[in-house]
Design a binder for this molecule. Sequence first.
Ligand code: NAP
Length: 269
Amino acid sequence: MPRLNNKVSLITGASRGIGLAIAKAFLREGAIVILSDIDTDLGLLAIKELRGKSQFCRLDVRQEIDWEKVTQEIISRYGKLDILVNNAGITGFENGVVNHDPENVNLEDWRAVHATNLEGTLLGCKYAIRAMRKNREGSIINISSRSGLVGIPRAAAYASSKAAIRNHTKTVALYCAEEGLNIRCNSIHPAAILTPMWEPMLGDEPKVREQNMREFIKDCPMQRFGEPSEVASLAVLLASDEAAYMNGTELTIDGALLAGSAVSPASRT
Ligand code: NAP
């Protein structure tokens, strides 16, 4: 028996990377997948590749009106929503490296990262609870980051937004329990997972790219990037009934990065 048989799932930012891997894993486990993203062209391409019981909806997670529309569409077409994965996220470095340290970050850049990562998750939880209330059950999975658990000197907005997602996850879990709803809410905290998100930071030139990749995983005890499919496996677990008593919790997936305390300040020279 597939682990997510006929469960209706909505995944944000799912045209590529971790979101797409989660969509594939959910489909393999028998779920109906509503794949959403801000990028329609890429989303439609992804749907072609996926086949199965999937459809694409354009959803900009920052826009409340989009959430209202998409959740209404899901309820009228499928009659329920069982799973939401709040996956869409940005680092703030999409258009190249800009100052994101606490001394030089500009307020507009700070707000843009929080609008997608934190407000997107807030809205997702809000509309998922409303949609799931009908059946009084569901699973909300928030993709945070290991950066939500530790400080990141040059990615302050990303770290702050991911830390707030971790906390909001627990608030949602407690609120739903208080309301007598069996709606679970958990967060996943990946470290470096090799997806297109890293492209602006890796560069094109093969030697530079290889060196940058080595640099990014040098503190990781397992000495490698994680795979999107490895994060997807955790999402399947949290979405399934096997995780019926897992609520308000956080799961790290980081090659043991946070198991020790080897991180030291970067050289001051
Ligand atoms: P990705 O490859 O950049 O994919 C993210 C997707 O989200 C893109 O298709 C992007 O579309 C979309 N998106 C951006 N803004 C959106 C919005 N406002 N509304 C809807 N969709 C939007 O990223 P990823 O690496 O798979 O990351 C997925 C999640 O995992 C993110 O929350 C990220 O912070 C988290 N995470 C990733 C890593 C990692 O190492 N990869 C580590 C820890 C946590 P456009 O490209 O058109 O903007």
